[in-house]
Design a protein around this ligand. Sequence first.
Ligand code: M6R
Length: 610
Amino acid sequence: MCGIVGYIGDKNCLPILINGLKRLEYRGYDSAGIGIITNGDSVLIKNKGKVSVLEDRVGEMNLEAPLGIGHTRWATHGIPNETNAHPHTNEDKSLFLIHNGIIENYRTIKNELLKLGYEFASDTDTEVLVHLIDSFINRGNDLCKAVQLTLNEVIGTYGIAVIYKSEPDKVVVARKGSPLVVGLGENENFIASDVSALLAHTKQIIYLDDGELAVVSRDGYKVKTIADQEIEKEIHEISMTLEEIDKGGYTHFMLKEIMEQPDSVFNSMRGRLLFDEGDAKLGGLSDVTNRLINSERIIISACGTSWHAGLVAEYMLENIARLPAEVEYASEFRYRNPVINSNDTVIVISQSGETADTLAALREAKYRGALVLGVCNVVGSTIARESEAGVYIHAGPEIGVASTKAFTSQLIVLALITLLVARRKALSADEGKLIVNALRRLPEQISHILNLNSSIELLANEFKDANNFLYLGRGYNFPVALEGALKLKEISYIHAEGYPAAEMKHGPIALIDENLPVVFIATKDSTYEKVISNIEEVKARGGRLIAIASENDDEIDRLVNHTIKIPDTVEMLRPILTSIPLQLLAYHIAVKKGLNVDQPRNLAKSVTVE
Ligand code: M6R
C-alpha cells in the first residue's frame, strides 16, 4: 500500500527519491516524507498530502545528500497528518525508518518502551520500530544487528528501510509480507517497494523474500535472513519500460489503460493460441497440466476485481471444461477453515501479485496440499513467485487504482486455462477452434467498442448526478454487473450495486423509481429473454434504463432509454466486451464530477495489509 524508495551512491539522492515517490504515489497518497543523511547531518521533511507538496518544500531547501529514504503513505494507524507521515525517527533524529505493513503487537512493544523512558510523537504502529532499534543500538549493537533483534520481537507484516547517521554507508531493508526490491547500479544502489520507482535508473533487480534482510551500500549488498544466515540471491533483468508507466498523452492512467485494451488483450494471448488444434499453449502450466486436468475441483480465490474475474471463470470452467469450480473471497477463505484436498487445484488471481489476503489464501491452500496456480500481472511479484505454477496475464503495468485492462486480460488467461483443460476432456477440436477464432477477433472488437467513447461520455453527462445505480446481468454477465458497480463506486463515490438480474424481484426492485439508473447487461445469450422480462419490470416502475446490448438487437431499443451496442462473440468471452463500456461510463462520470480517478479517496492500488 505505502510506497518505499531509497538511494545510496555518488549522486544527489533527492531528485531520485522525489521521482521515485511520484512513480509510487498510486500505492498510497495521503502523506509523504523523506529522510536524508548528508555531511554528518540528518534532515527530515514530511507533510500531509501529495508528493508534489513535498517536492516544492524540498526544492526550496536546496539540499544535497548521497543517502536517503522516501515514503508515500496509505494510513492504517493514525490519521493522515505530518506527524504520522513517515519516516519516523528517534529522539536525537539519528535514525530514520519507513514502513509498509502493520505491526500487530505494537501496543505491547510501546508499553515496554514507555517504561524505558521512550516518548512517542505519532499515533502509528510504525514508530515502535524506530525506538526499539534505537534501544538495541544503545545496548551496543550496530544498525544491522539492531534491526534483526527488533524484527525478532515483531508480530505483523513489514517492508522497512532504515538509515542511521552514525553508519552513513548503508541502508538496511527487510521484508515480511510487504514487497521490497534492491536495484543495482554502478557506484550506487537503490531500494524500493516496487520496481517502477527504479526503472529510470536500473533494470537489475533483486527480490527480497519474506524473512530476509539486506544491507545495501554504495558498492554492494549483502542479503541474509533475519536470523543472520547469509543468502545468495538471483539478479533479475526487468523488461518493463519507462514508456509503459507514463500517461502517454492521456489525461489519466485509467483512460490510457482502458484504451490500451486491444493491445493488452492481444498480449495476453500472444503465442498461446493453437489454431489448428483449437487449443491453448501455456508454458507456465506445462509441468502441472496432468494434475490440473485431473483435479476434482477448482477453487478460485481473489479480491475485488480479480474476484469478479474468478466468478466469470467459474462459469467458463463448469460450462466448457465441465470441472466443478468455486470462487472464494481470499479474505474469507483464509479464516474459514476451508475443506481443501490434494486433488483440488486452487487458482489465485491477483493483478499486483501482492494482495495480502490473496497471498494468505495461496499459502493456506499450499499448506493443505492443493495444486496452487497463480494468475498475476506483475512479473516477479510475491504471489507469482510463491505459486507452484502459473500464467502471467502480460497486460503491462496498471497504474490507475481502478483495475481495467488487468480485468480483461485476466479473463483472457482464464479462458485459455479453461480451453487447455476442456480440450483434454470433452471439448472437440471444432468447438475449440470456435473459441480460438473468437479470441483472435477480440482486439478488433474492443477497438470498435472504444470508438463509442464519446457517446458514452454524453451518457455520463446525463447520469453523473444520480445518487445510486443498479447493475443487473445474468450468467456470464452477472460478474460483469458486479464489476460495473465496483468501477462506478470506487472512482465516482456513487453508491452502486450489482445483482443477478433475476434476483431483482427478491428485494432490489423496491429501490426502483424514476431517479434510479438501472444498467442491464443484456446481450443475446441463453438468458436473453429472461433478462428482457426483467427490463420490462423495471420499465413498468419508471426506472431509467441503460442496456449493454448485442449489435444486432433492434428490439431492445424500444424498451430502454439508452443502448450501447457491442459486437458479438461466443458466450464465454462476452464479459471481455461487455465490461468495457462500463469502465468508460464509470470513468466519464467520475471525471465529470471533478474527481481524481487515478487516485480515488481512501484507496490504494495494492492492498498489502489485511
Ligand atoms: O492486485 P489484486 O488484483 O490482487 O487486487 C485486488 C483488489 O484490491 C483490486 O482488484 C481492487 O478491487 C481494484 N481497486 C478494483 O478496481
